[in-house]
Structure formats: C-alpha cells, structure tokens
Design a protein around this ligand. Structure first.
Ligand SMILES: Cc1cc2nc3c(=O)[nH]c(=O)nc-3n(C[C@H](O)[C@H](O)[C@H](O)COP(=O)(O)O)c2cc1C
Length: 195
C-alpha cells in the first residue's frame, strides 16, 4: 500500500469553511457545481431510493432564503431563548456565500427502508459533495439551524410532510488573504475496538 492513498489526502483536507471568510462576489462555475451534484448522486443508497434532493439558491434567491430563515427563527424561538446575534447570522450567511444549497431528504416509497437510512444516504451524498468541493479548493459549510425541521421550511422548499430539509450547504471561494482552516480529531484508536 502506498504511504498515503490519494483519497486519504482529500478526506483529511476536507474542512468546514464558514461563509464569513467566503468571497460573496466570486462566482462558482456552474460546471463545478454540477460535478458536486454528480458525485453526490453516487452515494450509497439502500433499495436505490436515492433520497437526496438539492435546491440551489444563488443571486436574488439567497435574499428570499435569508428572509425565510429569519421569519422562521422569530416565529419558532421561545422568547427566553431568542438571540439577536443568531437572527442576524441567519440573515447574513446566505448573502456571504455565492451559492447556498438546501440539503433535502425525499422519503422513498419503500416502507422496508427505515427513514434513518434515507437520512444516512443523504449524509453520504453531502460528504461526496464536501470532499469534491475541498479537492477543488472550494469552501463548504454544512449548517443545520433548528428552523429546518418546520412546516414553514418544508412549504418554502416545496417538500412533502414526510420529507425534510437536513441542512444548508454554503459554497464559496475563500476571500483573498483567508487561510484554509484547520481542524482536530481525537485519536481514532479511542473509537475502535477489535472484537
Ligand atoms: C450534520 C451536520 C450538521 C452541522 N451543523 C453545523 C451547524 O449548524 N453549525 C456549525 O457551526 N457547524 C455545523 N457542522 C459542521 C461542524 O461544525 C464541523 O464539521 C466541525 O466543526 C469540524 O470541522 P471540519 O468539518 O472542518 O473538520 C455540521 C456538521 C454536520 C455533519
């Protein structure tokens, strides 16, 4: 086995890049976004339900998304938990990233496949997208504000009751001068037991 497989390098270099350091003005080529989706589409899927669905927000549509997120946060947050900084961030983030993708799960019609497996398949698809983005030097951030699992969000995205939005995936190039972030993990040896 070579010292480090090419895929290992890509996996370990995958980072969460927050919209705050993205260049909102620098366009992400359509071909690259399509490549992300093509790779997402090759995620494993129990029973071939292929439950991943993506709704893409660019340009003016990001403003509508921002307004909707703020409306839902205001409407769903108990008064004692309301935080102005969270409300501001929900309004700001979609405008800081040139592309925002709503990650959706469309429940398949095979009752033998548990919902959790549909969610797992979508997570695999997102990982494929995230790895592809990182390999291209494109920043990406999977965000999961609590307002996603609401009727208002489902209506906004045109989802059915049995479907759900699992996150917002922000995409953008890093602004000039910003560095590719670092991350940490506890040793994997603590998480593996050979039985
Ligand atoms: C399902 C899922 C949801 C996430 N939601 C959030 C979120 O709402 N806010 C956030 O700051 N990070 C979120 N993250 C990203 C993590 O914060 C990030 O993966 C972690 O900080 C490790 O950084 P790395 O991805 O660069 O290794 C989410 C990640 C996953 C897998």
């Amino acid at each position: 086995m070579p010292e480090e497989l090419p895929v290992s390098k890509i996996i370990r270099n995958r980072r969460t890049v927050k919209p705050a350091i993205m260049d909102s003005q620098l366009e992400v080529p359509r071909e690259l976004i399509d490549e992300l989706f093509e790779n997402a589409n090759w995620a494993p899927t129990h029973g071939f339900t292929e439950p991943w669905r993506f709704k893409v927000f660019t340009g003016e549509a990001r403003h509508e998304l921002a307004l909707q997120l703020q409306k839902l946060y205001t409407g769903h947050t108990p008064e004692d938990q309301f935080r102005q900084d969270k409300l501001d961030k929900l309004g700001r983030n979609p405008l800081l990233a040139p592309v925002v993708i709503a990650i959706c799960m469309r429940r398949g019609d095979n009752p033998k496949i548990p919902v959790v497996e549909e969610v797992e398949a979508v997570a695999c698809a997102v990982q494929n997208m995230h790895l592809t983005a990182s390999a291209a030097g494109l920043g990406a951030f999977w965000s999961s504000p609590p307002v996603l699992d609401t009727e208002g969000m489902r209506n906004f995205l045109g989802l059915r009751d049995e479907d759900c939005c699992l996150g917002l995936f922000y995409l953008g190039w890093l602004r000039e001068g910003e560095k590719w972030p670092e991350s940490i993990r506890q040793p994997v040896s603590e998480k593996v037991e050979w039985m």
